[in-house]
Design a protein around this ligand. Structure first.
Ligand SMILES: C[S@@+](CC[C@H](N)C(=O)[O-])C[C@H]1O[C@@H](n2cnc3c(N)ncnc32)[C@H](O)[C@@H]1O
Length: 410
C-alpha cells in the first residue's frame, strides 16, 4: 500500500467506551486527556502506577485488574494499547483492525491504525501536531512545534486574532511591576488582540513597542481632560472606543485594584453598559521587594505585612491610614507612593513608638533595568532619600525583613 499521511481529526469521546490496555507511564500520561474529553474509560491491566490507581479510586475510570483478553475491544470506539507484553499488544491491535476500532500503540506506532499527536491548548484553541511523514516521525520535533505554537499564543508572540469570540468591551489588564515578562499570560494575549490600548506610565511599557502598527496606543497621562478630571477623561476614552466596537485594553501597572482606580473604571463602564473583563496583575507591593531580595514575610521574623498608601501625609485630614496602629504592629509595612512624604511617615511611626532603628529599604523602579535599592532606618531615611536622590516610583519596606537575606542564618 502506498504511504499516505495521517488524516487529522478531533474525536468526540464523551460517554464513548475507550479501552486502555496497560497502566504504566504511557497510560498515566494519556489518561488525563481522555478523561478531560469525557471518555468512558475501561482500563485493563493487572497493576497500575499510583496515580492511575488514584484515578480508579476516585471513580474517574473503571479498572479491571487482569491481562488483555480477546473480545476486550468489541464495544470500544477507541483504544490505547500500552501493555508491556508485545504479543498482547499485537493481538489487541489485530482485534482493533477486525472490529474497526481505532487503536494507538505505544510500542509500535507504525503498526497502529491511529497516532497520538503532540497536543496543547492556548488562546481558546486546541493544538495537535503530527509528523507529516509516517516513516519519519520525530516526536520531539512535534512536541517542540506544539510548544512553540502554544507558548506563542499564550504570550502573544503568535498573534492570531479571534473573530467570533474576541473579548468584547474593555479589559482592565494588570501589567505587573514593569518587567515585560511579569504580565500574566492572559493579559499578554488580550494585549496582542487589542485595537486600542490605553496605558499608564507605570507597568510593562516595553510591550507597547511590540504591538502591530494598526493598534492605537494612547498614553493615559496625555489624554486631554479640559474641564473633566483626568480619571473621568480616561473613563470617557474607554467608553468611546468600546462603543466604536474596538477591543480596548486598559493597561495598568501592577494589579488594577491595588491603588489603581481600577474599580472606578469598571464602575464607569458598567454605568455605560459596556462589559469589562478584569485581568489581575502582579502587584508591585510584593514583587518589587521580592525582586530586590526582600521577603515581605519570613518565618520567625514577620507573620504579617500591611500595604498602605503614603500619597497623603499622616497628619493630612484626608488620610484614612491609622499610623498609630501601624506603629504597634510587629510585621512588615509596605508603603506605596510614599517617597515624597517619607520624612513625615518615618517621624510619625517613631512618635507612636516604633523603634528608630527599624530597618527601611526603598526600591526604586523595581524589576526594570534601572532598579535600585537604598537601605536606611526610620531615623535616617529622610536624609538618605535626599542624599541618594531616591525618586518615585519606589516601594518602601519597613521592618526586620529588610535585613533578611540568603546569607542570614535562620
Ligand atoms: C498608583 S500606585 C499603583 C500600584 C499598582 N497598581 C500595583 O499594584 O503595583 C503607584 C505606586 O506603586 C509603586 N510602584 C509601582 N510600580 C513600581 C515599580 N516598578 N518600582 C517601584 N515602585 C513601584 C510606587 O510606590 C508607585 O508610586
Amino acid at each position: 500500500m502506498p504511504e499516505h499521511p495521517a488524516y487529522p481529526v478531533g474525536l468526540r469521546l464523551t460517554g464513548r467506551r475507550t479501552v486502555v490496555l496497560g497502566a504504566g507511564q504511557v497510560a498515566q500520561r494519556r489518561l488525563p486527556a481522555l478523561l478531560a474529553a469525557g471518555a468512558d474509560v475501561l482500563l485493563i491491566s493487572p497493576s497500575a502506577t499510583p496515580s492511575v490507581e488514584a484515578m480508579a479510586e476516585r471513580g474517574e475510570l473503571r479498572w479491571e485488574r487482569r491481562r488483555y483478553a480477546a473480545g476486550d475491544l468489541v464495544d470500544a470506539w477507541y483504544a490505547l494499547i500500552a501493555t508491556s507484553d508485545p504479543e498482547a499488544n499485537a493481538a489487541a491491535s489485530e482485534e482493533g483492525e477486525r472490529e474497526r476500532v481505532w487503536c494507538v500503540r505505544a510500542d509500535d506506532a507504525e503498526a497502529a491504525s491511529a497516532l497520538t499527536p503532540a497536543t496543547g491548548r492556548g488562546a481558546g484553541v486546541s493544538v495537535a501536531v503530527l509528523s507529516a511523514e509516517l516513516h519519519d516521525r520525530d516526536p520531539r520535533h512535534t512536541a517542540a512545534v506544539r510548544d512553540a505554537i502554544v507558548e506563542g499564543l499564550r504570550d502573544g508572540s503568535v498573534v492570531a486574532r479571534q473573530y467570533r469570540s474576541r473579548t468584547p468591551g474593555v479589559a482592565l489588564v494588570g501589567g505587573g511591576p514593569g518587567d515585560p515578562e511579569l504580565i500574566t499570560v492572559r493579559g499578554r494575549r488580550l494585549l496582542a488582540e487589542a485595537d486600542v490600548v490605553i496605558a499608564d506610565r507605570l507597568g510593562p511599557r516595553d510591550l507597547l513597542d511590540e504591538l502591530p502598527p494598526h493598534v492605537e496606543v494612547i498614553d493615559a497621562a496625555k489624554i486631554p481632560y479640559g474641564r473633566f478630571m483626568a480619571q473621568e477623561a480616561i473613563n470617557n476614552a474607554l467608553i468611546e472606543h468600546a462603543k466604536a466596537g474596538k477591543a480596548v485594553v486598559r493597561l495598568k501597572g501592577g494589579d488594577p485594584f491595588v491603588f489603581g482606580r481600577g474599580m472606578e473604571e469598571a464602575q464607569a463602564l458598567a454605568a455605560a453598559g459596556i462589559s469589562c473583563t478584569v485581568v489581575p496583575g502582579i502587584s508591585s507591593t510584593i514583587s518589587v521587594p521580592s525582586a530586590a531580595g526582600i521577603p515581605v514575610t519570613h518565618r520567625g521574623v514577620a507573620h504579617e505585612f500591611t500595604v498602605v498608601s503614603g500619597h497623603v501625609a499622616p497628619d493630612d485630614e484626608r488620610s484614612l491610614v491609622d499610623w498609630k496602629a501601624l506603629a504597634a504592629l510587629r510585621g512588615t509595612l509596605v508603603v506605596l507612593m510614599g517617597v515624597d512624604k517619607i520624612d513625615r511617615i518615618a517621624a510619625t511611626l517613631v512618635d507612636h513608638g516604633k523603634p528608630a532603628d527599624t530597618p527601611v529599604a526603598l526600591v526604586q523602579e523595581g524589576t526594570t533595568a534601572t532598579q535600585r535599592r537604598v537601605d536606611a532606618t526610620l531615623a535616617t531615611v529622610a536624609d538618605v532619600v535626599r542624599t541618594e536622590q531616591v525618586k518615585p516610583p519606589a516601594v518602601i519596606v519597613i521592618g526586620p525583613v529588610v535585613r533578611v537575606g540568603p546569607d542570614t542564618l535562620p
